[in-house]
Design a protein around this ligand. Structure first.
Ligand code: 13P
Length: 281
């Protein structure tokens, strides 16, 4: 069933777990995510980035995602992830997504507030929740590369929350997007302070390759939504590679595709269990 981001994150905050937010780039990844959530009885956030939507085709991705949410036996939040283009964000709102994220985190503070308010005003009227980012999680996000990683400033985060009244706040505490992260050193003291001062549910981006114990600690300090992209892309690719390794003359897309679904499902289940969202649906 389609679910609301705000409701699921409020429940997670009370229950002291995090809702897994998984990116999908193709049907196999989407099926693996939904099957994992159903088998573990977990709420799940199904996310699409702009470039993934362009790859799959906007209309296809909207109908895939809406059908998955409608048919699922667990709550599925349909989330437009890392929207840079406000016109595309509005299309996701109009298509019936549960929530949208605007990423204007590299823009000056005032501009970030102004653009976030534009999205909030548009989305709220249609019952759609909004996430925005303060500070900047760098690395390879979608098709963009950004070297900079600016930790979230607590006073800026407070001001941002006050002015925009967003439903979820993405913060930068030491993760980065993609595979090559260098040393991962999460700023737990900063997270603790943000959690004590900010009421809005907090979101951790760039969470692939981060040790699960670090993610568990981040949950204990108030993170309620954890974004995972790269680890599922790797699982999907590994599933296909393994199938061709075992079946060098094979060609049936349904068979190597099914192996990709199974590998994605195994990886998604590991995260669900670590985040404590199993049996919370
Ligand atoms: P990773 O690819 O590093 O997991 O980041 C995904 C993400 O934060 C999507 O918003």
């Amino acid at each position: 069933m389609k679910a609301s981001l705000k409701d699921e994150l409020i429940k997670a905050k009370k229950g002291k777990y995090a809702v897994p937010a998984f990116n999908f780039d193709n049907l196999e990844m989407m099926k693996g995510i939904i099957e994992a959530a159903e088998e573990e009885k977990s709420p799940v956030i199904l996310m699409v980035t702009e470039s993934a939507a362009k790859y799959m085709g906007l209309d296809y991705v909207f109908s895939f995602a809406l059908t998955a949410a409608k048919n699922a036996t667990v709550p599925v939040v349909l989330h437009w992830d890392h929207g840079f283009d406000i016109e595309l964000i509005k299309k996701a709102v109009d298509a019936g997504f549960s929530s949208v994220m605007l990423d204007s985190s590299l823009k000056p503070f005032d501009e970030n507030i102004k653009e976030t308010l534009e999205v909030v005003n548009y989305a709220r009227n249609k019952g759609v929740d909004v996430e925005s980012e303060i500070g900047h999680v760098g690395g390879k996000e979608d098709d963009r590369n950004s070297a900079s990683n600016g930790y979230t400033n607590v006073n800026e985060a407070l001001e941002f929350e006050k002015q925009t009244k967003i439903d979820a706040l993405a913060i930068a505490i030491g993760t980065s997007h993609g595979l090559f992260k260098g040393e991962i050193k999460l700023q737990f003291e900063l997270l603790d302070e943000l959690n004590k001062k900010i009421k809005t549910p907090l979101v951790l981006h760039g969470s692939s390759q981060v040790p699960l114990d670090d993610l568990k600690k981040a949950i204990s300090l108030g993170i309620t939504k954890i974004n995972i992209g790269t680890d599922l892309k790797i699982a999907c690719a590994e599933g296909i590679k393994k199938w061709f390794n075992d079946n060098p003359n094979g060609y049936d897309a349904r068979k190597y595709g099914r192996n990709a679904v199974d590998f994605v499902k195994i990886e998604a289940k590991k995260k669900i269990i670590a985040f404590g969202s199993n049996n919370r649906a």
